[in-house]
Design a protein around this ligand. Structure first.
Ligand code: ADP
Ligand code: MG
Length: 683
C-alpha cells in the first residue's frame, strides 16, 4: 500500500528520539499507524459541572473566582497552599499540595478552574489540577485521553505525540468496513472514529466512536475466523480413517464400565469426523470427571486400527504417566503399543522412544511438551489429542499437528469455555460437549472455613480415612517463589504428620525429582498413603477415584477455574466427596470466589463467574491461549456486537465473490498484519 501508516516508522515524528522510540517499541508501537491505534483506556473528565451535583468524595471540575488571599503552610517537606474560591455562589476552600509556585498567581478576583476531590463536609476541594481561563485553560471543558505509558514516557508527552500524529497523518486513516455494513449499523467513518476515540468532544461522541471501533475489531476478527474455516474445510486432504464398527464396538464393550450416553454421543461425532477425508478440528469439552480420557482412548484406538499412530499431549508429567498407565491397561489386550515421552527420560531411553516412533513400533505416544521437540518424527501420525488443551498455546498445538500430514485433531478441556470465548477462541473448531457425569456420581459438597477451624478439618480427614477414603491437601503455588511454595508444602506435611500420627501422609511438590514424584503419586494412587500434601502440580487431570476429600489451604490465592479443577480431583466414584476451602479472603473478589465455589459445582457456571470476575484476558491465565487481545472491544461487555459481527462476517463470506472483491482486497493487508492467532498468520 502506497500510503500505509504502518510503513511509517514512529521515529519520523518530530521529537521522537531513538530513546523515546525504544520505549514506544516496548509498548508495541513502532509505526505511526501503531501510535494512531494506541487508544486511551479511559478519559479524564475536565468538563465543568455545578458544584451541587458533586457527591462527597467525588472528583469534579468547577469554575470559580478567587475570593481571598492565599496562605502557604509548610509541614516538613509538605507545602500546603490554601485559598477561598467562590464557586456557584458558595465559598469553598481550595487546597493544593506542593504547588507553592502557584501562590503568586492566586490573585483575588481572578477566575480559576479547579479539578479535584470534593469534600462536602469541609466544603473543600483538594486540587489535582487547576487552570486559569485568562491563560487559555486548555483542558477545561474537555475529556482528556489517558494512555497506558511506561518508562520515561509521560502522559502529557504521549497525548502530544498522538495529537501531532493525528494532525499530520489523520487524513490517511483508511476506511476498512464495506459501506453496506456502515449503513446497516449506522456506524461513523473510520477516520472520524479514530479521531473521536482520542479526543471525544463529549461522552456521546466517545461512545459512538467506541461502538464503531468495537464492531470493526470484532468483524475483522470474525472474518479471519471465517477465512480459516474456509481454508480448513475446502481441501479433502485429511485422513479418511478406515475402521470397522464391530471392532470399535468390541473395544468399547471391553472397557471396565458402560459409557454414558453423552460419551457415546461425542464418540459418534468424532467417528464421523475421523472417517471423512477432511482434517478433524474438534474441541471436546466436559466438566472435570465427565470421562474425557476414555473418549480419547476410543479415538486413539480407531486411528491405530486404521494403520496410523496417535499422540496424546498433556501439560504435566504426572498426567502423562497416569494416562500411560491407564491406556496401556486398556490397549494391551489388543497388542497396541503405548509409549511415554517426557522431559525426564534418560537420553538413551529417549532415543529408543524416538526411533520406535519413527519406525512405527509405537502406536500411541503419550507425552508432555517433549512431544513437540524438533527431533520427534512419526511414521504416520493420524490423530493428535491434547488434554487440558487450554494449558497449551496455539503454537504448541500446531507444531504437534504439523508432525503429521493433516492428522485429525481432538482437543480436550475441562475448563468449560463460556460461549463468548468459545466463539472467538475456538470459532474455527467444531465443539462436542459431554453434558453428564457418569451415573451414580453425587455432587461434591463444598465448604468454606476459616483457618481457625483447622481442628475440625483434621477430624474430617480422620473420618474419611476411617471409611477407607483418601484426602488431597493442597498448598498454594506462590508464583513469585517456587522455593517458598515448596517450603510451605514441606512444613504442612510435617505438621500433618504430627497432628495425624496414625495416618500415612505423602508429599508431592515441583522440586522433587520425576522419580520421587512418580513414587509419591503411585503410593497415593495405590492407596498406601491416606493423605497427599501437594502443591498445585496435581491441579489438572489427576484421577484417583478413591480420594473423596479435597482440602485447599489459603484457597483465596486461587482463581475460580483453578479451584474448580482442584475440586474435580474428587467426586470420581460413587462415594460422597467433599471439598473444603480454608480461606480468610480480605478482598471482595476473594469472597466472591469462595461463595461461587460453595454455591455451585457446575463447571459452566463457575467459568461464567470466573470470566466476570477476571475478564477475558486473564481467564486462561496464559497469554498464548489464543484469546485475542482486542484494543477496544471487551468480550464480556460487547457480546452482542460479537454475535452481530459474526453473523455479518458469515453472511458476507458466504458469497463467493466476496473473496475477490475490492473490499476484501483492502482488508487483506490489515488482516495479515494482525495475525489471528499468535504464530499463525493468515496466508
Ligand atoms: P476427565 O473428563 O476429568 O478427564 P476422566 O476421564 O479422568 O475425567 O474420568 C474420571 C473418572 O471416571 C475415571 O476414573 C474414569 O475411569 C471414570 N469413568 C469415565 N467414564 C465412566 C463411565 N462411563 N462410567 C463410570 N466411570 C467412568
Ligand atoms: Mg482429564
Amino acid at each position: 500500500m502506497a500510503n500505509d501508516l504502518f510503513a511509517i516508522p514512529v521515529e519520523r515524528l518530530r521529537g521522537v528520539s531513538t530513546q523515546k522510540a525504544g520505549e514506544l517499541h516496548a509498548l508495541g508501537i513502532s509505526s505511526v499507524g501503531d501510535l494512531i491505534e494506541y487508544y486511551p483506556f479511559r478519559y479524564e473528565d475536565y468538563r465543568v459541572r455545578p458544584l451541587h451535583e458533586a457527591k462527597d468524595g467525588e472528583k469534579i471540575t468547577v469554575q470559580g473566582r478567587i475570593a481571598t488571599a492565599s496562605s502557604l503552610q509548610r509541614y516538613g517537606r509538605t507545602a500546603r497552599l490554601l485559598c477561598r474560591v467562590t464557586v456557584d455562589g458558595l465559598l469553598v476552600t481550595a487546597v493544593w499540595f506542593n504547588r507553592a509556585y502557584l501562590k503568586d498567581q492566586l490573585e483575588i478576583g481572578r477566575d480559576i478552574t479547579l479539578t479535584g476531590k470534593w469534600d462536602a463536609r469541609r466544603r473543600q476541594i483538594t486540587v489535582a489540577e487547576s487552570e486559569f481561563p485568562d491563560r487559555g485553560g486548555a483542558k477545561t471543558g474537555t475529556l482528556q485521553p489517558v494512555y497506558s505509558v511506561g518508562g520515561s514516557l509521560t502522559q502529557a508527552w504521549m497525548r502530544k505525540k498522538i495529537d501531532e500524529a493525528l494532525n499530520q497523518y489523520g487524513a490517511m486513516i483508511p476506511e476498512l468496513l464495506p459501506a453496506e455494513l456502515l449503513n446497516r449499523h449506522a456506524l461513523i467513518p473510520r477516520r472520524e472514529a479514530v479521531l473521536r476515540l482520542h479526543r471525544p468532544e463529549n461522552t456521546k461522541e466517545g461512545q459512538e466512536a467506541r461502538r464503531r471501533m468495537v464492531y470493526e475489531e470484532l468483524f475483522l476478527f470474525e472474518l479471519k475466523l471465517q477465512a480459516y474455516r474456509a481454508a480448513n474445510r475446502k481441501q479433502p486432504d485429511g485422513i479418511a480413517h478406515q475402521v470397522k464398527s464391530e471392532e470399535v464396538r468390541a473395544f468399547v464393550s471391553s472397557l471396565p464400565f458402560a459409557l454414558t450416553d453423552a460419551q457415546k454421543q461425542v464418540i459418534n461425532e468424532i467417528t464421523y469426523d475421523m472417517k471423512r477425508p477432511y482434517a478433524m478440528n474438534r474441541l471436546l469439552q466436559g466438566d472435570v470427571g465427565s470421562g474425557k480420557t476414555v473418549v480419547s482412548a476410543v479415538a486413539l484406538f480407531m486411528t491405530v486400527r486404521s494403520g496410523c499412530q496417535g499422540a496424546l499431549m498433556v501439560p504435566t508429567e504426572i498426567l502423562a504417566e497416569q494416562h500411560a498407565r491407564s491406556l496401556t491397561k486398556l490397549f494391551e489386550p489388543y497388542g497396541i503399543q503405548v509409549g511415554l515421552l517426557t522431559g525426564s527420560l534418560t537420553e538413551r531411553k529417549r532415543k529408543d522412544v524416538l526411533a520406535a516412533l519413527q519406525m512405527g513400533l509405537i502406536d500411541i505416544v503419550i507425552g508432555t511438551h517433549a512431544l513437540i521437540q524438533e527431533d520427534v518424527y512419526f511414521r504416520r501420525l493420524g490423530l493428535v489429542v491434547t488434554d487440558e488443551q487450554h494449558r497449551f498455546g496455539v503454537n504448541q498445538r500446531s507444531i504437534l499437528r504439523k508432525k503429521g500430514l493433516n492428522p485429525d485433531v481432538l482437543m480436550m478441556t475441562a475448563t468449560p469455555i463460556p460461549r463468548t470465548l468459545a466463539i472467538t477462541v475456538f470459532g474455527d473448531m467444531d465443539v462436542s460437549t459431554i453434558k453428564e457425569r457418569p451415573k451414580g456420581r453425587k455432587p461434591i459438597k463444598t465448604y468454606w472455613v476459616k483457618h481457625e477451624m483447622m481442628d475440625r478439618v483434621l477430624g474430617f480427614i480422620r473420618r474419611e480415612a476411617a471409611l477407607g477414603h483418601q484426602t488431597f491437601f493442597i498448598c498454594p503455588l506462590i508464583e513469585e517463589s517456587e522455593k517458598l511454595d515448596v517450603q510451605n508444602a514441606i512444613d504442612l506435611h510435617a505438621q500433618l504428620r504430627q497432628a495425624l500420627p496414625e495416618l500415612a501422609i505423602g508429599l508431592l511438590h515441583g522440586r522433587m525429582t520425576p522419580a520421587e514424584k512418580e513414587e509419591a503419586m503411585g503410593e497415593f494412587a495405590a492407596g498406601k498413603t491416606n493423605v497427599l500434601v501437594s502443591t498445585t502440580v496435581i491441579e489438572v487431570g489427576v484421577d484417583v477415584p478413591n480420594a473423596t476429600l479435597m482440602i485447599v489451604m489459603d484457597a483465596e490465592r486461587f482463581g475460580l477455574s483453578q479451584l474448580h479443577q482442584l475440586r474435580g480431583r474428587v467426586g470420581r466414584s460413587d462415594h460422597q466427596s467433599y471439598c473444603v476451602l480454608i480461606a480468610d479472603p480480605k478482598s471482595e473478589n476473594g469472597q466472591e470466589r469462595m461463595k461461587a465455589m460453595t454455591d455451585t459445582d457446575d463447571g459452566f457456571e463457575i467459568a461464567r463467574r470466573d470470566l466476570e470476575l477476571r475478564g477475558p484476558g486473564d481467564f486462561f491465565g496464559t497469554k498464548q491461549s489464543g484469546v485475542p487481545e482486542f484494543k477496544v472491544a471487551n468480550l464480556v461487555e460487547d457480546f452482542a456486537a460479537l454475535e452481530q459481527a459474526r453473523d455479518d462476517a458469515a453472511e458476507l463470506t458466504a458469497k463467493p465473490e466476496f473473496w475477490t472483491s475490492p473490499a476484501y482486497e483492502r482488508l487483506r493487508e490489515y488482516l495479515r498484519r494482525e495475525a489471528l492467532f499468535q504464530g499463525e498468520p493468515l496466508d
